[in-house]
Write a protein that binds this ligand. Structure first.
Ligand code: NAP
Length: 279
């Protein structure tokens, strides 16, 4: 049987239509339009593209985006002041600080300054802790988008062995906690993990979040595994080798068109949810 393609692009498009209706209903009933504030520090071309894509997605569903671009030489305090100003602005429902910020800025401190109610990208420690404990919180956008994709395609999760390769704060760690909440048995791998190929061979569900082009080899993957590639590199390459994947995996995310569109979609959905709440 050919592998099932976990098509994030088409699911994101479907979900956008529903979000558009929710935004319209909200505007009609309260006069309120959800607003996502995006903060870009500096002019890194990849980050500029990501912020633009997020702004475009806001437009497509009828939301507004407030685009803030700060010079790369600002300091942590100046960035915190801007975040506090957005926290206090009742017309802003979600705040996205584009990662990474220039190295001289304390990015963690900046993330932590975001009001939990506006943390629609799920980057604060409090949001992570609440999500991990099964309390209400916005999930980190990329792993939450992956869970939505797996659920949409009715991929069985309970009791499965999920192997997450990567443990970053925005991806690997929250991914592992979300899979645990779905009753997977979770193994988290990182740069100091021994025998990585052997661990990957045990995965029923494999999540590649390494940040290295085609680092995970097809020959390490168990026949019939569900394979999710969060990586994205120039030339449309992910973190997992593409060659032969469709004959080994039972289902897989394409790169591009798998995880990426779901990340943006989750961010937008969580901003609409925030707009629907009375802040
Ligand atoms: P990151 O912060 O660089 O983290 C990479 C993780 O991979 C780290 O935990 C690191 O381990 C681990 N790692 C590095 N080398 C390894 C090795 N040899 N063996 C096993 N693990 C290793 O990256 P990230 O922000 O999580 O992003 C990961 C990937 O997802 C990137 O390709 C990025 O472009 C992509 N991404 C995509 C989206 C999207 O919307 N599609 C969003 C975010 C990220 P240590 O902790 O030990 O260093």
């Amino acid at each position: 049987m050919p592998a099932l393609i976990l098509d994030g692009k088409s699911l994101a498009k479907q979900t956008e239509n529903q979000l558009k209706q929710r935004v319209e209903r909200l505007r009609e009933s309260t006069g309120k339009t959800p607003v996502l504030a995006t903060i870009l520090v500096g002019n890194d071309p990849a980050s500029e593209t990501y912020v633009k894509m997020k702004g475009n997605a806001c437009q497509r569903v009828g939301m507004e985006s407030l685009r803030i671009v700060l010079p790369k030489n600002i300091n942590t305090e100046e960035l915190l002041d801007k975040i506090r100003e957005l926290n206090d602005n009742p017309n802003v429902h979600g705040i996205l600080l584009q990662h990474p910020v220039p190295r001289h800025i304390d990015e963690r401190k900046a993330f932590e300054a975001i009001d939990l109610r506006k943390d629609v990208d799920g980057v604060t420690c409090l949001g992570f802790g609440r999500m991990s404990m099964g309390q209400e919180a916005y999930g980190s956008a990329t792993p939450a988008g992956i869970i939505s994709l797996l659920k949409h395609y009715e991929i069985p999760l309970a009791g499965k062995h999920a192997v997450v390769v990567g443990r970053s704060a925005i991806l690997g760690k929250p991914m592992a906690m979300m899979l645990l909440a779905e009753d997977c048995t979770v193994t988290i791998c990182h740069s100091k993990t021994n025998n990585l190929p052997d661990l990957i061979r045990q995965a029923d569900i494999l999540i590649g979040a390494v940040g290295k082009p085609e680092f995970i080899k097809t020959s390490w993957i168990k026949k019939g595994a569900v394979v999710v590639d969060a990586g994205y590199h120039p030339g449309g390459v992910g973190d997992i080798e593409k060659e032969g994947l469709d004959s080994i995996a039972s289902a897989f995310t394409p790169v591009p068109g798998g995880v990426g569109p779901m990340t943006i979609n989750t961010l937008i959905r969580q901003t609409v949810e925030s707009g629907e709440k009375v802040l």
